[in-house]
Ligand binder design. Structure first.
Ligand SMILES: [Zn+2]
Length: 326
């Protein structure tokens, strides 16, 4: 039914292609079950397809015998059609600086609150699969740096918002640590502070011993020389000294901050994780991939990432009142 050649390469093609529910089904099916459809409840593989309902039925007599392609994915429990979902995924994945819930709301005709919820769910699918493998090693060049992002921008006057968001630090901001392998990936994580123990732990969790490590002169990095070839660039004097610099991360921070200033109104610490997942995905998949490849990758990561509104916001739908729009 679906061949590689007629798969969408542009947003316009995606809108057209996914207006057919069979295309939606097939596209997701082969990505979430690359080795054939499996019953999400019991794991049986000899399930039968019910073409009319676009569902499968398990041969075992347990509850939820019938299941759709949405079960166990970020799309589960959503009454929205996959046509809308997949177009939203396309937009979020491929717009260079990200899209706001306002843009999704206008493009696919859902309420802004729904669009916001979709955005958070798609961000989950953009999470890096696993941080299990450390970066670097012998011959690896690693940069580490931190920055401050976000703050409680909600309910703030627009001028104040701008000032706060572009500033560097303050008690309403979250510290974010970045670790980048030159020629490889970047990882970004929210950290409680910039103390020595915190930063050392992050470096040791993510970077193989023996790597070359480049940081600025922040004293918290002192003491890593035992495990790494640690070299420090003193930003008070200069930004680059041969290979000693943190320019890869500076580049990532500037993209991150530009997208916040340009598109996103508020990034509360609570939502910063998802936001970082999105930006990190975009940065790590910016080269040697076209829009269709990036989209395909996100769709292949939609499973086992269910989240409820309460988990996202820390509040129930009713308690929510004014949703966080960004
Ligand atoms: Zn089953």
């Amino acid at each position: 039914m679906t061949s590689k050649t007629n798969q969408p390469k542009t947003l316009q093609q995606a809108i057209l292609y996914f207006s057919d529910p069979d295309n939606c089904l097939e596209y997701i099916k082969i990505r979430r079950w690359p080795n054939g459809v499996i019953c999400p409840t019991c794991g049986r593989t000899d399930v039968s397809f019910l073409a009319k309902q676009r569902k499968w039925q398990c041969k075992s007599a347990h509850t939820q015998r019938q299941f759709s392609v949405k079960v166990g994915t970020i799309f589960e429990d959503s009454p929205l059609g996959l046509d809308k979902w997949l177009v939203a995924v396309w937009m979020i994945t491929n717009c260079k600086n990200g899209v706001s819930s306002y843009e999704i709301h206008r493009a696919i005709h859902v309420t802004q609150k729904t669009a916001w919820f979709m955005l958070q769910r798609v961000r989950l699918a953009m999470q890096t699969g696993s941080f299990a493998k450390k970066m670097g090693g012998e011959g690896g060049h690693i940069e580490a740096d931190e920055t401050f992002i976000g703050g409680k921008a909600r309910n703030m006057h627009i001028a104040t918002k701008k000032r706060r968001i572009t500033g560097t630090g303050g008690k309403d901001k979250a510290a974010v640590m970045g670790i980048l392998e030159r020629g490889g990936e970047v990882r970004a994580m929210v950290v409680p502070d910039r103390r020595r123990q915190t930063l050392h732990e992050a470096v040791k969790n993510h970077v193989e011993a023996g790597s070359a490590l480049y940081t600025d002169q922040l004293l918290s990095y002192n003491g890593l020389e035992g495990d790494y070839a640690h070299q420090v660039i003193n930003h008070a004097i200069k930004y680059v000294d041969g290979s000693i610099h943190t320019n890869g991360l500076e580049n990532f921070w500037s993209l991150l901050k530009r997208s916040i200033a340009g598109t996103y109104v508020s990034v509360e610490p609570f939502h910063l994780f998802g936001y970082l997942d999105e930006q990190t995905f975009r940065f790590n998949n910016r080269k040697e991939m076209n829009d269709g490849d990036r989209f395909s990758k996100v769709v292949s990561q939609v499973k086992d990432k269910r989240v409820t509104y309460k988990e996202l916001t820390g509040k129930t739908d009713k308690e929510q009142g004014t949703p966080f729009f960004n």
